[in-house]
Design a protein around this ligand. Structure first.
Ligand SMILES: N[C@@H](CCC(=O)N[C@@H](CS)C(=O)NCC(=O)O)C(=O)O
Length: 235
């Protein structure tokens, strides 16, 4: 039975605007597993978020759980070659990306006016006219509340940007001249790293976060490398 990846619709030419959905799709491609995409407009999975995977009668929510479960089921542990210290570093970077940098991305897409004008246009273009007037505002209010709950959203714009730049600097310094984050071969961390860095730098919503990645030629080259390896020229 084919793995079903449930995710948001993607804009033309880009894998996905959701970095968590793109993380899972990148991992599936790095692992060489066949899958098919099912588009959901509104998440209806067990945690109320996307991505969700359906596989062999099981419904798995949350990118981290999805990757752990599929890696175990299909014998695709991309981290098998890592020692304990490397695993510890990979875990810390994974959390930096998923649990901190993500919120900066959310702020610059949904709250900052320049990003919001684009997000509104790109994400809600398919809605019929009356809904297009109200749904974006309601969705934005929800994101603002989430950002306040996390805490990063309580800071001024300049501070959010400064902290995102610190995260990106740490990623650039760790990557150095290596092709992948943990060395010569891709590991699970690369799925997160590309899902997020790609969305910061190459996605069709342009925010000031693009500039902070663009300041690191090794990260720009990394995004191009992962895009070519996982999605080819078309996406
Ligand atoms: N921890 C989750 C986070 C997933 C997540 O935040 N997904 C966002 C899209 S990037 C979502 O579906 N948000 C909908 C909402 O919060 O209502 C994971 O790793 O999959």
């Amino acid at each position: 039975m084919t793995i079903e990846l449930h995710q948001y619709a993607a804009p033309p030419g880009w894998p996905n605007l959701s970095p968590f959905c793109m993380k899972v799709e990148t991992w599936l491609r790095l692992a060489g597993l066949d899958y098919r995409v099912a588009v959901q407009m509104v998440p209806n999975g067990p945690l109320g978020k996307l991505p969700v995977v359906k596989d062999g009668g099981e419904i798995i929510a949350d990118s981290h759980s999805i990757i752990e479960r599929l890696a175990a089921r299909y014998g695709k542990d991309l981290d098998a070659g890592l020692d304990a210290r490397q695993r510890a570093a990979a875990r810390a970077f994974e959390r930096l990306i998923n649990e901190h940098l993500y919120w900066a991305l959310l702020h610059f897409r949904w709250i900052d006016d320049g990003g919001w004008a684009q997000t509104r246009r790109v994400l809600f273009a398919a809605l019929p006219a009356p809904l297009r007037l109200v749904v974006p505002t309601i969705a934005r209010r929800g994101v603002r509340a989430q950002l306040k709950g996390h805490g990063l959203g309580r800071h001024p714009r300049a501070e959010i940007l400064r902290r995102a730049a610190q995260d990106v600097q740490a990623l650039a310094d760790w990557l150095g001249e290596q092709p992948y984050f943990m060395g010569a071969q891709p590991t699970t961390l690369d799925a997160s790293a590309y899902g997020f860095l790609g969305n910061l730098h190459d996605a069709p919503i342009d925010t000031p976060l693009k500039g902070i990645v663009a300041a690191h030629p090794n990260l720009v080259a990394y995004c191009a490398r992962l895009r070519a390896r996982c999605f080819g020229a078309a996406r």
